[in-house]
Design a protein around this ligand. Sequence first.
Ligand code: NAG
Length: 407
Amino acid sequence: MGFAYTGVKITLLVLLSIFFAPGLPPHYEFVNFSLEPPLDLTGPLAPNSILDNAKAIPLDSPIAGPESVAIRGDEVFTGLLDGSLVKINNGKVTKITTLGKECDEEAVVPCGRIAGVRFDPKGKLIVADAVNGIYRIDVDTGKVEKLVGMDAPIEGVLPRFPDDIDIDQNGNIYFSDASTIAGVDQLVLEAFAGPTGRLVKYNTKTKESTVLLSKLHFPNGVQLSHDQQSVLVTETMRARVMRYYIQGKNQGQADIFVDNLPGLPDNIRPNGRGGYFIVLASPRLPSEFSALDLAGNWPLTRRFIVRLHHFLVKTLEEVEKLLPNIVFKEWIAWIKGFGILGDLEKTPFKTIIVETDKDGKIIGSLQNEKGPITRLSEISVGKEWTYFGSPTLKQLYRIKTSDITKK
Ligand SMILES: *[C@@H]1O[C@H](CO)[C@@H](O)[C@H](O)[C@H]1NC(C)=O
């Protein structure tokens, strides 16, 4: 009885000090932010079931997690969860390369995660690998050049999470660095302790990177505007898309392109007729509870959770050093990723892709009702076929482009 009582007292004391004590690690800025309610699912956002018509391509070998898709004629190129880049043509899957180091059997954190792929004006594939950096790849010869590594600071701060890219007509690369405190295995940390993300320009001639925008809350998809005057960047944890002007009278300034999205935006791509498709990776619906909306206004609670989490992870890591074993390692990796909160497979099923015109006005949407595709990260519109990217799908899905452009 006495012991139990002392135990409770000590636990309470530790928890209270973790909550209130100033100056405890980890040292992040916990900002108070509010999201406006999401847009209603009416008008151009009225529910539909267009995405239910997508079909998986029969493949000669299994694939998992094709997050981003680049199309070249009949061929498509995508990165998979094992860090490999593959070509898919007529159902045949051919591996082109694996960036970074090969995954060994015991890997508990990803060795590579290709989150964005696009062709540059010269036909080379530019790749954003969230674990390893930005690459230029000749998909015909397999030649790989690393352009931006994870060990070279950009304006004094190391990149942690290259997420998506786009390339202008001169070959300069714009990319998102989704977080400077969290890698791909710790998305939730950026959600709680951000904003620390950046929009970066890599000058292909000088090979220098400059930060265009910082303090973005999980910048994710990147898309040059059709007139090449601005770069659009989705800001996942603020349910919006920002626009940064790279030319013209507003050069160097930023504004909001679309706000109050009914979900958390991932990649943004041209819709094939002068506007854009914004894929919402996880819904945030008007009638439903959103943990993110709530968390914004509770910075001290977020600080408490992050401190407690930090304390727990550090302690477990010390124990693992004394008793090394793989099960324990996997367990720590799971806790490090905030357990179920960081599990993309557990996010809601509802999928919405918002379509805007060139100025950010919402003109339509593609939605699912039952399946098969959900938890999407990208839509890549080709002439005849449109492909869907997702970190959780185990196949490559597509739909006839004419089925999503007829209205
Ligand atoms: C956060 O901001 C909201 C208003 O936007 C305010 O009501 C709330 O008290 C603030 N919370 C803290 C902890 O500062």
